[in-house]
Design a protein around this ligand. Structure first.
Ligand code: NDP
Length: 253
């Protein structure tokens, strides 16, 4: 079937919860073997069981993507185990909101280290393998999925540094797309609106309350809604590159 990922290998960062977890399961359901990376090993072990239950293989990679050596090991262990790399989803991220004035600067550092540097390390380590796999069967095309946000398109009061990181992801995606697309590596940007995950829970309590008030009454997306968009992108025929997908909850302004 044209929309299957049989005999391909996917790697998902931030797979221990939310969008990453749902994406790993979705790619497995399409037939991919999946390497799953994050820091919480117990969550990954549980997910690996669920992936194996659908009849494909899973590889657990306890990884801190803010550490370049850890990211290199993540990619090389995936290729050592499965022999190739076809789909990479650079998803790990954190959203720490609030005014710029008097913001705890360590929150900015966490977002820049994870949302930007972690994603860059992932793309850099994976790219040679994606380029190599794009020249071979079964698909002769490979995918690098970069998870941005609506905040990568629109800046809002109170999300200054998060929106900075996600705008950066979008700019990087377009430049890298132009660099590798003729060699059949598709670089795609996914830009979710509000999704019901753990993401907002890392905020200071007063910030969390303000965020929830702003989205009061909005039925959130579910992580599987984003996962399905990603599986749509990576199962397109070789001639089709879906460069960008913006998905909001219907009720989100
Ligand atoms: P979650 O908080 O549920 O997931 C974040 C994931 O990132 C977890 O698996 C976490 O695992 C992982 N992670 C955090 N720090 C590190 C690290 N140093 N190294 C490796 N992995 C790490 O949030 P979402 O699923 O919502 O977020 C996923 C992506 O989607 C993010 O990039 C986010 O910006 C983006 N997004 C989310 C939206 C939403 O509304 N939920 C909207 C728009 C974009 P662990 O702690 O085990 O390491």
């Amino acid at each position: 079937m044209a929309d299957r990922l049989d005999s391909t290998v996917a790697l998902v960062t931030g797979a221990s919860s939310g969008i990453g977890e749902a994406t790993a399961l979705e790619l497995a359901a399409h037939g991919a073997n999946v390497a799953i990376a994050a820091r919480r090993r117990d969550r990954l072990d549980d997910l690996a069981e669920r992936i194996r239950d659908v009849g494909v293989d899973a590889l657990v990679l306890e990884t801190d993507v803010t550490d370049e050596a850890s990211v290199r090991a993540m990619v090389s262990e995936t290729v050592a185990r499965f022999g190739r790399l076809d789909t990479v989803v650079a998803n790990a991220g954190v959203m720490l909101l609030g005014p710029v004035e008097n913001a705890p600067v360590q929150e900015w550092e966490r977002m820049i280290d994870l949302n930007l540097k972690g994603l860059l390390y992932t793309a850099h380590a994976a790219l040679p393998h994606l380029l190599a796999a794009a020249e071979s069967e079964p698909r002769n095309v490979t995918d690098l999925i970069l998870i941005s946000s609506v905040a990568g398109r629109v800046a809002r009061l109170g999300n200054g540094v998060y929106t900075l990181t996600k705008h950066g992801v979008g700019a990087f995606a377009e430049s890298l797309r132009q660099e590798v697309t003729k060699r059949h590596v598709r670089v795609s940007l996914i830009e979710p609106g509000a999704v019901a995950t753990e993401l907002a829970s890392h905020n200071r309590p007063e910030i969390l309350a303000a965020t929830q008030a702003r989205l009061a009454g909005v039925e959130r997306l579910e992580a599987v809604d984003i996962a399905e968009a990603i599986s749509f992108v990576v199962t397109r025929p070789r001639r089709v590159a879906v460069n960008e997908v913006l998905i909001r909850p219907t009720e989100q302004e």
